[in-house]
Design a protein around this ligand. Sequence first.
Ligand code: 5AD
Ligand code: SF4
Length: 475
Amino acid sequence: MKLFETPAKVIDESRQGEAYYAADNQHNNINHFKKFYIESYGCQMNFSDSEIVASILSENRYGPTRDIEEAHLVLLNTCSIREKAEETIRKRLRTISGLKQGKPDMMIGILGCMAERLKKTLLEEEKLVDLVVGPDAYRDLPRLIAQGEDGEKGLNVLLSREETYADISPVRLESNGVTAFISIMRGCDNMCSFCVVPFTRGRERSRDPFTIVAEAEQLFSKGYREVTLLGQNVDSYFWQNEDQQIRYTFANLLEAVARIHPDLRIRFSTSHPKDMTDEVLETMARYENICNYIHLPVQSGSSRILSLMNRTYDRPWYMDRVEAIRRIVPDCAISSDIIAGFCTETDEDHADTLSMIRWADYSMSYMFMYSERPGTLAARKYADDIPEEVKKNRLNEIIALQNEISRKHNQRDIGKTFKVLIEGDSRKSDNEFKGRNTQNKMVVFPKANGYKPGDYVHVRVESTTSATLIGSIVH
Ligand code: 5AD
Ligand code: SF4
């Protein structure tokens, strides 16, 4: 596991390639004749999908292991979002293939977006891969594994319009027992011109809200105190029953989950500026347990570039949405995704991005250089014409500015007291707890008698490091 921490994250590297293991003993022993090992890359949705895969495998006599050497089945749940992500995974695959040479029984499977993007060419290019399974085909894993055991390669990359894995109760992997992800929808219909996701994850579909609420209730009864509702574009969540009498928008869903218990915190990601309604913001304002934090990717501050990106909003529209957040949920933190060096981007467009970062006052951003992805609208229509050096320089300017703003945010927090949900021991010391405040900032503080993970405490901030607030519990 790589650790990569700057005040403003370039990419959330801390979980890339994380090897997963079931959090409860129940899933680590019963009736499991064989072992699987899974590593996850990319977005939170992939990490959440790995928990669905673990559940399907656990029902089929495969138990999880953290030790790749003892695994019969090694799975990589992959990401295609940028070229670099795919390169990292290919490199990892080569190491794993080396392991397989002395172990004829070991099977290697590629899941997720790379499986979907490259389909059977992946079997041809990476000869030691046995299974290639796309994001909508995980129910077919037991059959494909059986096929693999018979020496045949297994491939299923069919995308679905309906699959939401609604009935599958995910096996919580590497969980702290306090926070969990819940997928509320799959796929994406937006067709941002730079993005491969609509091609790898298919059409957007929303999961039955009753199964979402039931999953959150079950987590709460097991001691979990925070759920993050996941979708590529949560604001376009929409579900109706067959006779269309029962309808749920995202605001309705948020409210239903918030009403489970005041001690269950709710977060969500990702919001799309074109769809984020005042109704969602008003629901956030009404419930203390819906966290005051919105990840609202701007991508670029230039209306011209936003139009080429097919984001379907312009700079004034985005600013109006930020103003709505400030008005309706006053102490809400906002974070962003930003792409440097998209096709035709001029110095002026770049300056618009910098001024947007300053104006929106993001607490944090994920920042990337544009990476052309084969098959996307941008790859087909526009030349990737910004030289690497220029992209790099612009990205560095963006990072420097975001770091400065994040530092100011942290400094403003000194002296304030926050309600913090304890998630576990801090990374550096087992004499300290870590947890997050409603604005999603990590807070570290000395342990005090009687408190344990899952408890809420009030912490007064005394100092900050680049990315963390440091304080102590106030009674
Ligand atoms: N190049 C660079 N960044 C990208 N993203 C998506 N596609 C690309 C690409 N081709 C970024 C966007 C998105 C985040 C998940 O990844 O900022 O919001
Ligand atoms: Fe990609 Fe745009 Fe969909 Fe996000 S909203 S997954 S950036 S197409």
